[in-house]
Ligand binder design. Sequence first.
Ligand code: CAA
Length: 259
Amino acid sequence: MTFKHIITSTPRTGVFQITLNRPKALNALNSALFTEILTALRKADSDIDQYGAVVITGGDRVFAAGADIKEMLPIDSAQAMSQDMLSNWKDFNSIGIPIIAAVEGYALGGGCELAMNCDIIYASNKAVFGQPEVKLGVIPGGGGTQRLIRAIGKSRAMEYIITGDNFSSIQAEQWGLVSKNFEPKTVIKNALDLAEKIAKGPRLTSRSCKKAINIANETNLQNGLDFERNIFHSLFGNYEQKEGMNAFVEKRKPKWSKL
Ligand code: CAA
C-alpha cells in the first residue's frame, strides 16, 4: 500500500505507526491526507494477528496545523453541505484497535481534533494545542466542540474555542486532555513503548476496553453499564479469558494468543 501524505511503518512488533508527512504545509489535513489516515487505520484494524496498537505522529515542530485552509477557502456552504464535508471523520469511531497520538509541536484545529480522536494522547511538554477556527470565521468541524468539552469541561472549552487561544501541553495534561507529558523529542519513544506494551497484551480484550470506555460518551450511565456488562459476558470462553485466568491460578505469566 503506497501513500503520498503519510508514512506507515512497523517500528515494534505488533505496532503500526502512521507519520503525517506534509511538512511544507505543516501537516495540514487536506482531504487526501485524511483519507490516507483512515485507509491505514483500517488496514491495521483489520489484522489483529499483526497489530495490537497504532501510534499516530507528526513532525518535531508540528503534529498537524489543522484542516487545509487553502483547500477550504473556495468552498461555499452549498458545496460544504452537498459534499457533507468532514463527514468521514466519524469513520474514526469504527476503528477498534487502540490508537495513541504522539504530539510534538502544534496540534491546532483539525490537528487537535485528530489527537482527540485518538484514544490516548502523549505530548511533548512544549506542545501547543488549540481550536483557532473562530479566527478563520468558522467553528471546529472535526469534533472539537464535542470532544474538547468532554475532555476539559464546559468553561474551559467555551473559553478556548470562543477566543481561539492556544493552550499549553502542561495545561492540557492538568485538565485531562493529555495523558502524559514528556521532554521534547522523546514523545515518540514513549508512545511506542506504550503501544508495544498494549500490543503484547490480550488484543481482543484491549479492543473491548476501548469499546466500553467510548460508549460512555454516547449514552447514559445505566445503558453504559448494561453495555459494559454485555461485553464482559461476551469475553468469557475465548482464549484470552481462559489463558489470563488460568495463568493467574497457575502462578505463571499468560501467553497471549499468536504473539
Ligand atoms: N492549512 C493550509 N496551509 C497551512 C496551514 C493550514 N491549516 N497551516 C500552515 N499552513 C502552511 C502555510 O500557509 C505556509 O505555507 P506557505 O509556505 O506556502 O506560505 C506553511 O504552512 C508554513 O506556515 P507558517 O508560515 O504560517 O508557519 P509558522 O511557523 O509561522 O506558524 C502556525 C505555524 C502557528 C501553525 C501557523 O501556520 C498557523 O496558525 N496555521 C493555521 C492554524 C489553524 O488555523 N488551524 C485551523 C484550521 S481550520 C480547521 O482545522 C477546521 C476543522 O475543525 C477541521
